[in-house]
Design a protein around this ligand. Structure first.
Ligand code: PEP
Ligand code: MG
Length: 898
C-alpha cells in the first residue's frame, strides 16, 4: 500500500512513476481534475499553487470506517507549507492570510455530484486582515458568508434552506432583489446570521481554526463519494463505485475583486457544431458560480479581448497549447485576479454528435491526431443520431414539463417524427398521399400494414418489442418508431387513444421520439439532417472503411431501398424479404387465389400471374446493386398471414346471413373454411420457411424462376448480377437436400432458356439452434450461411419475439436478470456460442463458406463486434444503419488489432 497520500501539483512526475507511467493511472490516482491541474503546472500553464489528496486516501478513509489513513494529515500539512512558501501567505495568518478551496475530483467527471468548499482559512481574524489587504470589506464578508454557508451545508450537513431563507429575508427587508445590491454591512450581518444558524443546528460554533476547517472539509469531500447523488450518477453513467475521489486543495484566486478581475468558462471549439472557434462566457468582477448560475448576463468570451487584453491574449495561447497537449477539445475554467490569468480546470469537453464528428475529422486533418484515432473517437451512436431528424431538446423538455408526455415504450427506431395520428394503414397511406404528415398508431402491425408505415412519418404501437414487425420494418425504412408503449390504450372503434389522462383523437397531432421511446401529444419542432450534406461524416466513414475487415450489406426489399443503401455505402444486399412484395394492392388477391387453389393447375395459373411482378421487382434490385451480391430470401411467413383475418371474415358472413344477402356469400364461406383450415396453434413454429417450400414447392420454384429470369435479363443489358438464393428456417440438412436440387434445376433451366450463364449461390439462413449445431452437415449443401438472429434468439431462449418485451423482457433487463435485451444485442454466451459453432463447423466442411448476419443485430455495434470476432464475412442491416455499421465494424477491427 502506498505511503504517499498527497501530491503537490509540482509532483506529477512522482505520481507518474508511482503508477508506472500510464496517464490513465495518474488520473485514477489523482482524479481527472487533480491530474490535469498538476499536468498544466508541469507544462508551465499558470495554475494557483495547490496539491491533491489521492483517491487511494479516500478509499482507505472510507474502508476504515471514516478514519484518516496514518500519515495523511501530516502530509497534507507539509504540502500546505510548500504552498505557503510559494504564495508568501500563511493559513490563519491575520496579516497575509492564505485562503484555499477544497474541491472533489474523481477519475471521471461527475459534474456537480460531489462537494466543494471555498474560502477555507477565513475566520474573524483573517477576515480583518483581508479587509486591510484588499480594502474591500464587501468582498471579504461576501467570501466569509460563502464559507460559513458551504461549510455548514457540505461539512456539517445543515440543510441549505435556512441559509437561503436568511439571505432572502435580508434582501426583502432591504427592498432589493439582487445580491449585487447588498453592501458590505449587509454581508457582514449575514455572516453573523449564518454563524448563528450553524450554532443553532449543531450546538457548537463555526470553527475558527483554519486547520480544523481544512481537515473537516477534506473528510467531507471523501464522504461525498458515497453521497446519494454521486452513487445514483455512477449507476446511471456506468462508473465503478470503487474508484474514490481525489481532494484538491487550491489557493483561492478571486475574480470578484474589482473591474480588472473576472472569471469564465470556455470550450476550445464550438461544442454544438464543432467549429474551430473559441466558445465561452465570462463576467467581469464576478465569481465562477455567477457565470454558471446565470444570475447575471454573461458576456461572449471575445469581448474579453477589449476588457482585459493581456489576459485574453495569454488565454488564447493557453487554449491552443492545451488542445495540442491533450489533442482533444478542452473545456476550461479560468479566473483573472487583478489582470493576472489563472487556469482552474481543463478537461475534455462534452459535445453533440455533429460536433464530435467534425472535431475528429478536423483534428486529423490538422495533424493533431491520426485518422485511426479520429475513427475511434466517434461513437456509433453519434452517427446514428446524425442519420435521423431530432427533436429540439428544449422544446421536448418544455413539452414534458407541460404534461404532454403520453407514454414511454421501446425505442425501436431512432429519430423524431411529428404527424397526425392515423389508426389504420389505409388511412395513413391516404393522408400521406394527400401530403399530410402522419404518425401511424396501432396496437401492433402486420405485413399488410407496411404501405401505411411507409407513408407515415413514424409509427407508434402499444404492443410488441424491439424485433416486432413494426420495429423491424420501421428500422428498415428509417421511420422513427416506438413500440410496446403499454400505457397507451387504443380504442379502434372510437378512433382515439388515451394515455397519461390525455385523449388523442384520430387526426390530432402527436410527436414520437424513436431514440428515447417517448410519445407526446402535440407538435414538437425538429431539426433534420441529410446524409449528402454531412461531409465530415462521409469523410470519417471513408477512413473507417480502410480499417474494417467486415463488409457491410443492407436489408432491402425494394429497388429504392437498395439504391439508398448503396448511397450510404452498402456493399451488397444481405436480405431481400420477398413476401413484402406479395402484399401490394394488385398482387394480394392473386396470392390469395394461389393459396386457396383447389388444384395444382389453378395454383400454377396464379403463380404464373405473380411471376412477372416478382421478376420486375428483382430486375430493379439487380440494377440498383450492379456489381454487388444480392441475397434474395424465398418465402418465409406462414400463409395465413396473406389471408384476411378470420374474425373479420366471420363477421362479414354473419352480417350477410342476417341481412339475407347472397352476393359473394359462398366465396366468403369458402375463404373462411380455407383460413380455418390453415389455423395453427403456434404459427411461428409451424408451416413456414423451408417447410412451406417443401410442402408447396410451386411458390418457391416460381420465385427462383423470377430471380433467374430477372438476373439473365439484366446480365444481357450489361448489369453485373450476383444473385444468392436463400432458403429460410432450415433445421435439418435433409430439408435442404429435399428442395435445393429442384431449385438449382429451375435456375439451370432458366439460364439455358435465356442462353446465358451467371454466377450464383444457394444458401440458407441459420435461425434454428439445430441448424447451428449441425453446421457442418448444413454446409455440405448450403453455399452460404446468414444468421437470422431474430429467430435464432427467439428459438434459443424460447421467448416469443413478438410478445416477450411487452410482458417480461424489459423488466428482466431492469432487474438485471438479463444484462441486455437479447433481441437488440446478441447474447454472446448462448446465441453467440451457437453462431460460433455454426461458423467453425460450416467452414470445416466448406472452407470458403460465406457467412453473414441479417437479423436486427446486424446494425447493433456490440453485435457487430461479435460478428467480427467470429470471423464472419459481412453484417447486413437496414439501410439507415449502414453508416453506423461501417463505423462499428472499423471499431471492432481496430480494437482487436492483432
Ligand atoms: C431473422 O429471423 O433474424 C430474420 C432476419 O428473419 P425474419 O425477421 O424475417 O424472421
Ligand atoms: Mg427469421
Amino acid at each position: 500500500m502506498s505511503s504517499k497520500w498527497v501530491y503537490l501539483f509540482e509532483e506529477v512526475d512522482e505520481a507518474e512513476r508511482h503508477v508506472g507511467g500510464e496517464w490513465e493511472k495518474v488520473r485514477a490516482l489523482l482524479g481527472g481534475k487533480g491530474a490535469n491541474l498538476a499536468d498544466m503546472t508541469r507544462i508551465g500553464v499558470p495554475v494557483p499553487p495547490g496539491f491533491t489528496v489521492t483517491t487511494e486516501a479516500c478509499n482507505a478513509y472510507l474502508a476504515a470506517g471514516e478514519q484518516l489513513p496514518e500519515g495523511m494529515w501530516e502530509e497534507e500539512l507539509d504540502a500546505l507549507k510548500a504552498v505557503e512558501e510559494k504564495t508568501g501567505k500563511r493559513l490563519g495568518d491575520p496579516e497575509k492570510p492564505l485562503l484555499v478551496s477544497c474541491r472533489s475530483g474523481a477519475k471521471f467527471s461527475m459534474p456537480g455530484m460531489m462537494d466543494t468548499v471555498l474560502n477555507i482559512g477565513l475566520n474573524d481574524e483573517t477576515a480583518k486582515g483581508m479587509i486591510e489587504l484588499t480594502e474591500d470589506e464587501r468582498f471579504v464578508y461576501d467570501a466569509y458568508r460563502r464559507l460559513v454557508q458551504l461549510f455548514g451545508s457540505v461539512v456539517l450537513d445543515i440543510p441549505d434552506e435556512p441559509f437561503e431563507q436568511a439571505l432572502d429575508e435580508l434582501k426583502k427587508g432591504l427592498g432589493v432583489s439582487s445580491d449585487t445590491d447588498l453592501a458590505a454591512d449587509d454581508w457582514k450581518q449575514l455572516t453573523a446570521t449564518f454563524k448563528r444558524i450553524v450554532k443553532k443546528h449543531k450546538g457548537f460554533d463555526f470553527p475558527q481554526d483554519p486547520y480544523e476547517q481544512l481537515k473537516l472539509a477534506t473528510e467531507a469531500v471523501f464522504k461525498s463519494w458515497n453521497g446519494r447523488r454521486a452513487v445514483d450518477y455512477r449507476n446511471a453513467a456506468g462508473i465503478d463505485h470503487d474508484l474514490g475521489t481525489g481532494v484538491n486543495i487550491v489557493t483561492m484566486v478571486f475574480g470578484n475583486i474589482g473591474w480588472d478581475s473576472g472569471t469564465g468558462v470556455a470550450f476550445t471549439r464550438d461544442p454544438a457544431t464543432g467549429e474551430k472557434i473559441l466558445y465561452g462566457d465570462y463576467l467581469l468582477n464576478a465569481q465562477g458560480e455567477d457565470v454558471v448560475a446565470g444570475i447575471r448576463n454573461t458576456k461572449n468570451i471575445d469581448e474579453m479581448g477589449s476588457d482585459l487584453p493581456e489576459a485574453y491574449a495569454e488565454f488564447l495561447k493557453i487554449c491552443d497549447r492545451l488542445e495540442h497537449h491533450y489533442r482533444e477539445m478542452q473545456d476550461v475554467e479560468f479566473t483573472v485576479e487583478q489582470k493576472k490569468l489563472w487556469m482552474l480546470q481543463t478537461r475534455d469537453g462534452k459535445r453533440t454528435a455533429k460536433a464530435a464528428i467534425k472535431i475528429a475529422v478536423d483534428m486529423a486533418n490538422e495533424g493533431l491526431i491520426s485518422r485511426e484515432e479520429a475513427v475511434m473517437r466517434v461513437k456509433p451512436s453519434d452517427v446514428d443520431t446524425l442519420m435521423h431528424p431530432q427533436f429540439d431538446l428544449k422544446a421536448k423538455a418544455q413539452a414534458t414539463g407541460e404534461g404532454k408526455l403520453l407514454a414511454k415504450g421501446v425505442n425501436a427506431s431512432p429519430g423524431a417524427a411529428v404527424g397526425i395520428a392515423a389508426f389504420d394503414a389505409d388511412l395513413a397511406e391516404g393522408w400521406g398521399k394527400a401530403g399530410k404528415d402522419v404518425v401511424m398508431v396501432r396496437p401492433f402491425t402486420k405485413p399488410d400494414d407496411v404501405h401505411g408505415m411507409i407513408a407515415a412519418k413514424g409509427i407508434l404501437t402499444s404492443e410488441g418489442g424491439a424485433t416486432s414487425h413494426a420495429a423491424v420494418v420501421a428500422r428498415q425504412f428509417g421511420r422513427p418508431c416506438v413500440v410496446g408503449a403499454s400505457d397507451v390504450v387504443i380504442d379502434l372503434e372510437e378512433r382515439q387513444m388515451t394515455a397519461n389522462g390525455v385523449v388523442v383523437k384520430e387526426g390530432e397531432w402527436i410527436s414520437i421520439d424513436g431514440g428515447t421511446g417517448e410519445a407526446f401529444v402535440g407538435q414538437i419542432p425538429t431539426v433534420s439532417p441529410s446524409f449528402d450534406e454531412e461531409t465530415d461524416l462521409i469523410t470519417l466513414l471513408s477512413w473507417a472503411d480502410e480499417f474494417r475487415r467486415l463488409e457491410v450489406w443492407a436489408n432491402a426489399d425494394y429497388p429504392r431501398d437498395a439504391t439508398r443503401a448503396r448511397s450510404f455505402g452498402a456493399q451488397g444486399i444481405g436480405l431481400c424479404r420477398t413476401e413484402h412484395m406479395f402484399f401490394e394492392e394488385e398482387r394480394l388477391p392473386i396470392v390469395q387465389r394461389m393459396i386457396v387453389a383447389k388444384s395444382e393447375e389453378e395454383r400454377e395459373k396464379s403463380l404464373d400471374e405473380l411471376l412477372p411482378f416478382q421478376r420486375s421487382d428483382f430486375e430493379g434490385i439487380f440494377k440498383a446493386m450492379d456489381g454487388l451480391p444480392v441475397i434474395i430470401r424465398l418465402i418465409d411467413p406462414p400463409l395465413h398471414e396473406f389471408m384476411p383475418d378470420e374474425r373479420g371474415l366471420l363477421e362479414q358472413i354473419i352480417e350477410k346471413r342476417v341481412k339475407k344477402e347472397t352476393k359473394d356469400l359462398a366465396e366468403l364461406e369458402e375463404l373462411l373454411a380455407a383460413v380455418e383450415g390453415m389455423h395453427e396453434s403456434n404459427p411461428m413454429m409451424g408451416m413456414r420457411g423451408v417447410r412451406l417450400s417443401i410442402m408447396m414447392p410451386g411458390i418457391v420454384k416460381m420465385q427462383v424462376r423470377a430471380i433467374f429470369e430477372a438476373a439473365c435479363n439484366m446480365a444481357k443489358q450489361g448489369v453485373v448480377v450476383k444473385p444468392e438464393v436463400m432458403i429460410p428456417l432450415t433445421g435439418h440438412v435433409n430439408e435442404l437436400k429435399a428442395i435445393q436440387p429442384q431449385l438449382v434445376e429451375t435456375a439451370r433451366q432458366v439460364m439455358t432458356e435465356k442462353g446465358i450463364e451467371i454466377e450464383y449461390k444457394f444458401g440458407t439462413m441459420i435461425e434454428i439452434p439445430r441448424a447451428a449445431i449441425t453446421g457442418d452437415e448444413i454446409a455440405s449443401v448450403a453455399e452460404f450461411f446468414s444468421f437470422g438472429t431474430n429467430d435464432l434468439t427467439q428459438m434459443a431462449f424460447g421467448y416469443s419475439r413478438d410478445d416477450a418485451e411487452a410482458r417480461f423482457l424489459l423488466e428482466y433487463v431492469e432487474r438485471g436478470i438479463l444484462p441486455e435485451n437479447p433481441f437488440q444485442t446478441i447474447d454472446r454466451d448462448g446465441v453467440g456460442e451457437l453462431m460460433k459453432m455454426a461458423v467453425e463447423k460450416g467452414r470445416a466442411a466448406r472452407p470458403d463458406l460465406e457467412v453473414g448476419i441479417c437479423g436486427e443485430h446486424g446494425g447493433d455495434p456490440s453485435s457487430i463486434e461479435f460478428c467480427h470476432l467470429i470471423d464472419q464475412n459481412y453484417v447486413s442491416c437496414s439501410p439507415f444503419r449502414v453508416p453506423v455499421a461501417r463505423l462499428a465494424a472499423a471499431h471492432a477491427a481496430l480494437h482487436h488489432k492483432k
